[in-house]
Design a protein around this ligand. Structure first.
Ligand code: FEO
Length: 385
């Protein structure tokens, strides 16, 4: 990946990983990005995951071409980026470690040292002159951890954005950016919309021509598109018109109701209907869809006087990420004491700006004329809303 004559990509692609951050499937792997700014002084931007330290040090040595780095800038302390700091520090003992004060505390906690004799603590607005290039640091707490800083290089107009604008997949994965960036963003940073909004406000004051994130490809064109999506996601806005249906089904009766509803919605002219079986789909994909569309239907069975476990987990994923601003329809099934709708409503009661449809569909084991009619009225409401 070529960025410019003086800014080199030295990151690595991870094609072996099974679960990113111990929970997200990444069919196209993951990139741990790192960059070298070569000037009178040399700054290295972040390190990589522990499994790739050797490959990264090789990339670094190649970029340095016999020179020695002056600074290692640590934007974020999560180990996918910080795990190779100690090896770097040993290999280049004259280099200073540049990070926020919170990052140095984490460094000591994670790796047993905060490099007290080589620290350069930076905060909001601090600058680091490298020669023709100058870095300005911008704090970005909770995007994705509290210690995060991003940096802006004003000569080439590059934003080193830490986890922001990253995605799942190796940097060269041939796939739609938005799909895996959305799943990544909602999964990992979704809870912190307000903090991302704060960062976007600061970024709006900068003339940015290139975004160098810690994951995924470097972004060089049409930056308004990516920034616009980040604005929608972080403000919990509706990205796509349509309805997402998330369901669980034990013997297929709730599934039948969901399929019927999807049919009715399509026939009613709903622009897009997406259906997720929560027991079988990638949960992160279903969560991403819930935030993407403006309307959602939750369909589940009553189970142990509660709801089916996959639905409970799903709603928890939503509420912990500040799920809000949606139209919500409910379908419950229960053979003797249906209470799933009540449980789901209670789980969502602290979520802001949810509008529940007037119709709640109640199935007592299998669809009948009454519940069929409720599905029709739910579809009507959702198509009109
Ligand atoms: Fe890519 Fe939050 O670490």
């Amino acid at each position: 990946m070529i960025i410019s004559d003086n800014i080199k990509y030295i990151g690595v692609n991870d094609r072996e990983i099974d679960l990113f951050e111990g929970q997200y499937i990444v069919p196209n792997g993951m990139a741990y990005n790192s960059y070298a700014i070569l000037d009178e002084k040399i700054a290295i931007m972040d390190t990589v995951d522990v499994h790739f330290t050797d490959a990264w040090l090789d990339n670094l040595a190649q970029a340095l071409d016999g020179r020695s780095p002056d600074y290692l800038v640590v934007h974020h302390m999560e180990p996918d980026h910080s795990a190779s700091i100690a090896r770097f520090a040993n290999a280049y003992p004259a280099a200073k470690i540049v990070a926020s004060s919170k990052a140095f505390v984490m460094m000591k906690n994670f790796y047993g040292t905060d490099f007290a004799d080589r620290q350069l603590v930076v905060g909001e607005g601090d600058t680091l002159a490298l020669g023709n290039h100058t870095l300005t640091f911008v704090t970005a707490p909770m995007v994705h951890w509290p210690e995060v800083i991003v940096s802006y290089e004003s000569t080439e107009k590059v934003l080193f954005s830490a986890d922001a604008f990253g995605k799942f997949g190796t940097w060269d994965a041939d796939e739609d950016w938005a799909c895996e960036a959305r799943r990544y963003y909602i999964g990992i940073v979704g809870k912190y919309g307000a903090q991302v909004q704060a960062l976007l406000k600061k970024a709006a004051a900068l003339d940015i021509q290139t975004i160098c994130p810690l994951h995924g490809p470097v972004l060089t064109e049409n930056l308004g598109y990516y920034i616009g999506l980040y604005n929608t996601w972080s403000s919990y806005g509706t990205e796509s018109d349509g309805v997402v249906i998330a369901y669980t089904s034990i013997y297929g009766n709730t599934k039948k109701a969901v399929e019927r509803l999807a049919e009715l919605l399509r026939a009613g002219g709903c622009p897009k209907v997406t259906v997720n079986d929560l027991a079988r789909c990638d949960m992160a994909e279903a969560v991403e869809d819930a935030f993407r569309y403006g309307k959602i239907v939750l369909a589940t069975t009553t189970y142990n006087a509660d709801i089916f476990p996959f639905m409970r987990e799903f709603i928890h994923h939503l509420t912990e990420r500040n799920f809000q601003n949606k139209t919500v329809g409910l379908i419950e099934n229960g053979s003797w004491a249906p209470m799933a709708a009540k449980v789901m409503r209670t789980m969502l009661e602290k979520s802001k700006n949810l509008v529940f449809t007037d119709t709640t569909v109640k199935i007592t084991s299998a669809l009948n004329a009454e519940s069929e009619a409720q599905l029709e009225s739910l579809a009507k409401e959702l198509c009109q809303a």
